[in-house]
Design a protein around this ligand. Structure first.
Ligand code: HEM
Length: 409
């Protein structure tokens, strides 16, 4: 999944990985994410405007959420406004991310086949196998442009400035390593977030009572602020919102079978199992989060399980959609902010309904390392809520002015 040279996903040496992780993970502190709220809200605003459509039409949320998540990480890590939500179509960069994911899967599992494919002199095959190189080239020029425009110690409220902080202190990654990692972060932060949102909204459309539970909480806890602009602190105190998010993460972990690990030379003992030396292993998160002892009725969307009582030890142990340990997700805090914002932004304006064409079958999971619906889309109906009951009169112009004021540095 990583672009050459080796980046955080493919660094096998523990010390090198841990050093690289240290250089990147500080960028994701709660304070830094807080500083980026104006940028994230601006992207939320574009997403919300893209839902302003005739209600008789359906919206393909799989595409919409993908464009939103991409716009967020693109702006935060490349300093580039792709405007994908406004354009309504995926830019070429995202198609290369898709190609790179698929080709990386082949590289991991069938390295000889990958070498063979990359030597086929057909232009369509080159387009497929060289996606990673194009991403790296794009990353390089976006990075150089960023440095020219803002310098290396800009006060801009994005996350690339935070990634560059260690460089100021002389501990740095080289420029090449930096733009490679930036490419990894953009790829890692796009489809994971959008897949989670897609399955979450599909679930909410099938279990509309949970939409009302969320609205009730919004109104009790946020009042007039339910439609934003949002305060980070307020986002952290919404247990019902978090329960629906956790339940979607539990049922549909976006990366269901983590990247492969290799056992040490002496092999590995795991409970009653002896795993041979240098064997490739994966933790299958999808089955862990559907364990029937920890999660009774494991295949059913039951957000109440996160609200009824303190989660049990086995729930805490097996719930790991962001993985656990030294290679767990470093983008979790950013992802959680995005998920909460989209839930609030959409449920405070729309009732989500299920059209007949979106079925269990069309939403069946396909595992391309990251999960996606078999049909490649998820069409849902977004019906504006009647003003007064839940929804305030549209505040969009105020919202935009406020966000722009915060954003303009
Ligand atoms: C709902 C959204 C997300 C989910 C479900 C998710 C899930 C995961 C999982 C399961 C892993 C571990 C993979 C493994 O063990 O092999 C991981 C790693 C990682 N994630 Fe995420 N992720 C999400 C969002 C993000 C975002 C927004 C970013 C950054 C912009 C990000 C950056 C990373 C990075 C850099 C790693 C590798 C960490 C390391 O190897 O040290 N993720 N993610």
């Amino acid at each position: 999944m990583s672009l050459p040279p080796h980046g955080i996903f493919s660094l096998r040496n523990k010390a090198a990985h841990s050093q690289r992780r240290g250089l990147l993970s500080h960028a994701f502190s709660q304070q830094n994410i807080n500083d980026c709220m104006p940028i994230i809200e601006q992207k939320l605003d574009s997403l919300l405007r893209s839902f302003n459509c005739d209600t008789s039409q359906t919206v393909d949320v799989f595409l919409r959420f993908r464009l939103f998540a991409f716009d967020v990480v693109g702006e935060l890590f490349l300093g580039t406004s792709f405007g994908a939500s406004e354009a309504g179509t995926a830019p070429e960069y995202l198609h290369d991310v898709d190609r790179q994911f698929l080709f990386s899967g082949i590289k991991f599992n069938f390295p000889l086949l990958a070498t063979f494919l990359s030597q086929i002199p057909l232009s369509s095959m080159k387009t497929f196998t060289q996606g990673g190189e194009r991403l790296a080239q794009f990353g390089n020029s976006a990075f150089q442009e960023y440095i020219q425009r803002y310098g290396r110690d800009s006060k801009r409220r994005d996350l690339l400035t935070k990634v560059l902080v260690p460089q100021q202190k002389g501990k740095a990654m080289t420029d090449r390593e930096t733009y490679v990692e930036v490419g990894n972060l953009v790829a890692a932060g796009t489809d994971t977030t959008s897949t989670t949102l897609t399955y979450l909204f599909w679930s909410l459309a099938r279990f509309p009572e949970w939409q009302n539970h969320v609205r009730k909480e919004m109104h009790e806890k946020l009042g007039r602020a339910a439609q934003g602009p949002y305060e980070m602190q307020a986002l952290n105190g919404l247990p019902v919102v978090d329960a629906v998010i956790n339940e979607a993460l539990r049922l549909y972990p976006a990366a269901p079978a983590s990247l492969p690990r290799v056992t040490p030379q002496e092999g590995w003992q795991w409970n009653a199992y002896t795993i041979p030396p240098e064997a490739s292993c994966r933790a299958f998160l999808h089955t862990a989060t559907r364990d029937p002892i920890a999660f009774p009725d494991p295949d059913v969307f039951l957000p109440g399980r996160w609200l009824e009582a303190e989660p049990t030890t086995s729930m805490k142990t097996l719930f790991m959609p962001f993985s656990k340990g030294t290679r767990a997700c470093i983008g979790k805090s950013l992802a959680m902010v995005e998920l909460r914002l989209v839930v609030l932004g959409l449920l405070s304006r729309y009732e989500v309904k299920l059209p007949p064409q979106t079925t269990e079958e069309s939403m069946e999971i396909r595992d391309h390392f990251l999960v996606m619906p078999k049909s490649g889309k998820c069409e849902l109906i977004f019906e504006p809520l009647p003003e007064g009951r839940w929804r305030r009169p549209d505040q969009t112009p105020d919202r935009r002015r406020l966000i722009t004021a915060q954003y303009d540095l």
